[in-house]
Design a protein around this ligand. Structure first.
Ligand SMILES: [Zn+2]
Length: 169
């Protein structure tokens, strides 16, 4: 529980946390410029002010840790995202493949006189609105080109590089 502290004292503390310069904080908090360093030093001696600064500093530190952790989580999700969720290369039966076998209906026919079971390659794209959270992290957009749809994707390697840099620092 934080005890009440004078508004002007609180202002002084917050200014002090900006740069750690008590005299400058004292002036910025709106106190008289004269003897700012002596008066600021006197304020810094007060237990309530020391406590307030300690608590605020801790709050700021917690916030920074939380942010670093959430950024690292985000990068980790990008690293683990599955590109094939966005687009897949599939082998489908060509039009000469037999399609009478119920199980093999979606697979090329190995006996096909035309494709010898190679089928035809098609690229299938996921509908962007149905992507998972991780899928949405790596999906940056798409354009229709004369040769098909071109996806822009987030680089996992870049994410891994940033993650390693944060981890090692
Ligand atoms: Zn075929």
């Amino acid at each position: 529980m934080r005890r009440a502290i004078k508004d002007k004292h609180a202002r002084f503390c917050l200014e002090f946390l900006q740069d750690g310069n008590a005299a400058a904080a004292y002036r910025r908090a709106g106190y008289a410029v004269k003897n700012a360093d002596v008066n600021a030093a006197r304020l810094m001696q007060r237990p309530d002010i020391q406590l307030y600064i300690r608590e605020r500093r801790k709050e700021i530190e917690n916030q920074l840790t939380f942010n670093a952790a959430s950024i690292m989580n985000l990068l980790w999700d990008i690293v683990n995202a599955d590109y094939t969720e966005l687009s897949k290369v599939k082998n489908l039966p060509c039009k000469y493949c037999r399609s009478d076998g119920p199980i093999l209906a979606q697979s090329p026919d190995p006996m096909c006189p035309e494709c010898d079971g190679m089928g035809r390659r098609v690229v299938q794209y996921a509908e962007s609105q149905y992507l998972s959270r991780q899928g949405k992290l790596i999906y940056q957009g798409a354009v229709q080109t004369p040769w098909g749809i071109r996806l822009s994707l987030t680089s996992k390697m870049k994410a891994l590089e940033l993650l390693m840099r944060m981890y090692l620092s």
